[in-house]
Design a binder for this molecule. Sequence first.
Ligand SMILES: [Ca+2]
Ligand SMILES: [Ca+2]
Length: 308
Amino acid sequence: MSKGKFIVAVAALTLLSGLALAQSWTFMVTLEPEVGASHNLTMAVTAGATDGYDDYLDVPYFTPPDGKGAFFPLDDPVHPAYTKLSTDARGIETTDYTYWVMRTEGYYGLDPRIAVWVIDDLPDSTVGFFHIGSKLVSHSVDSVSDWVDMATADTFEFGPGEDAVVRFTPIDMVDEEPPYICGFIPVNGASGVENDVNINFDIYDNIRGVDLSAVDFTLWYDTGDTIEDAVDLISWTPLVGGYRATLAPPDGYWPDTTGIFYSVSACDLATPPNCMGSDSVIGFTTTEVPPGYRPAVFREPQPAGGCD
Ligand SMILES: [Ca+2]
Ligand SMILES: [Ca+2]
């Protein structure tokens, strides 16, 4: 290897390790199950760690003689000896939430348990965001209904019989933009549109994706007729980052010389969802078809359907 290539290789390795380090972090939460009792639990993200037990990265927790403590529950069939951790390291995940469940044991008082942390110790916001909530011990993390932003408070109360749960949202998952719609065919305001053309449009959403179950679609004619349940007549074709909608005339042909209108809006799959602020309203007018005559097929040049 020439000296120049070597320097480039070293620079590339340094850059890569810097990126990996940027995503490695530890963060400690202290559980206080009753006045005067405190137990530190450390969550970590680092390359090479897994959801299971990792030698040298996870730290096992063993219940002390008095039976009072706190731990991260672990269910790892490969390492059945370890069911409780005091440091719980996970791998670097950029496209999904990571949850840490924190559980106390040996405390039977009815007062709330308290989780405490230092806001300044939270990993940099360029890494992601942290929320805390609670759930019944027997329930899954999906049952957490309220999440508190850990950058805005430094304590959290949870009840006897409950776990505290920390949720980490990697920065790549943060999505605050609603979907957008484009690629309308026929184009808005078109006239003389043949009576058998399909309606097409594209819905895109960056990051989390379009929630097809939340698409709001209404179809009506300038005769005053509204087509019931028209959204159910749409077929959806997946695109990169979205979907293409195709809607054939509900009765085979659009009515002649009629204004056809539809409105559409959508939300994404973020929690809470980002929804379009207003509906897109599109209209076109169909051509007249003399009885017994179908015009030769001639279509106006249409946009390809992209959004650029
Ligand atoms: Ca682990
Ligand atoms: Ca979005």
